[in-house]
Write a protein that binds this ligand. Structure first.
Ligand code: GDP
Length: 319
């Protein structure tokens, strides 16, 4: 077991000056694969214990007793090892130094150019065909309404109000592209699970985002935001499993990890909710998807997300 809280914090500057990596050949972005059980089988099991999308999911009784600090124990088989990265000759100690803090993500030689120096809103598109056609790689941010998506986007680009663009009337149901450093895109997708949204609008939205996930050839990875201050929601589990079933590369971004009041947050700390979520989606993936803990209040995870995006992007550009 590698205890992530014991690891030194990694910064891009460290990464740029050191080359502690093993060099082998990448083939594919590791795409999540469905286990032998299908999504619908597994979800009918979940559905039998749940009636509404807002109910917390019951968790098996294996929960860890996690102390005050951010302690996230992680076993080696639960790490996300990026493509073209060989960890077979690493010792546990050397591997530990390559894991991004508060995540299960191993750094690869592709994690460079992670700084954001420029961020511009480019356009709002009503469907996939209308999206920018310059071929730049992109990452889509998606999550339940109120999960903290706008706050995270602003935190990543270090701008207070960039994401407000996506909240302007008429643009909330659009695919909003922000160009970063003139070389890649952050894409803000409409929030889901908004109870007040009319049924027809929800159906329509589903069609349009699913089409984007399946047909956008420059999409490097979806970043699915999950609120770590509350227990797992059925709708989030469904979303994660749909992405897994359709082999859409996905990173789980846990938000609001600064909210540590157990009582207020349904009796669990963010670390426990993060572990529970992993456990609940494990059946849908052959290998563990990457996940990372963040807070837009403390900026936890901001540099780490950028490094992770950089390594996925640079690998994508080369292959
Ligand atoms: P969106 O609807 O997903 O874009 O969510 P927003 O970014 O607008 O955030 C929704 C609410 O959650 C706001 O009240 C934010 O201040 C709050 N929030 C967002 N991120 C965080 C976070 O990391 N920590 C805490 N404590 N609150 C947050």
């Amino acid at each position: 077991m590698v205890m992530l809280h014991q690891l030194p914090r990694l910064h891009s500057s460290i990464f740029l000056t050191k080359t502690p990596f093993l060099y082998t050949h990448f083939n594919l972005l590791p795409k999540p694969k469905l286990p032998t059980k299908t999504t619908s089988t597994l979800f009918s099991a979940l559905n039998s214990t749940l009636s509404t999308t807002s109910e917390p999911i019951p968790i098996p009784t294996h929960n860890l007793d996690i102390p005050e600090e951010t302690h996230v124990p992680i076993s080696i088989e639960k790490l996300f090892v990026p493509p073209d990265t060989d960890v077979s000759s690493d010792t546990t100690a050397s591997l530990s130094t390559r894991i991004l803090k508060g995540s299960n993500i191993v750094l690869s030689k592709y994690a460079r150019d992670a700084q954001v120096s420029q961020a511009d809103f480019v356009k709002s598109s009503v469907d996939t065909q209308a999206c920018p056609s310059d071929g730049l790689p992109e990452f889509a941010l998606v999550g339940r309404s109120n999960v903290g998506k706008s706050s995270l986007l602003n935190s990543i680009v270090r701008r207070k109000k960039l994401a407000l663009t996506s909240k302007k009337p008429g643009k909330t149901q659009c695919i909003n592209h922000f160009r970063i450093n003139d070389s890649w895109y952050l894409v803000d997708l409409p929030g889901y699970g908004y109870a007040a949204a009319p049924h027809e609008l929800r159906i329509d939205w589903e069609k349009f985002t699913k089409d984007y996930f399946l047909n956008r050839s420059t999409l490097v990875s979806v970043f699915l935001l999950i609120d770590a201050s509350i227990p797992a929601k059925k709708i989030d589990l469904e979303y994660a499993s749909w992405l897994g079933e359709n082999q859409v590369p996905m990173t789980l971004v846990f938000t609001k990890c600064d909210k540590r009041k157990k009582k207020k947050n349904g009796g669990k700390r963010p670390e426990e909710n993060v572990n529970d979520f992993q456990e609940l989606i494990r059946g849908f993936f052959q290998t563990a998807p990457p996940w990372i803990m963040t807070s837009s209040v403390t900026n936890q995870g901001r540099d780490e997300i950028l490094l992770h995006m950089a390594q996925l992007r640079n690998y994508w550009l080369k292959h």
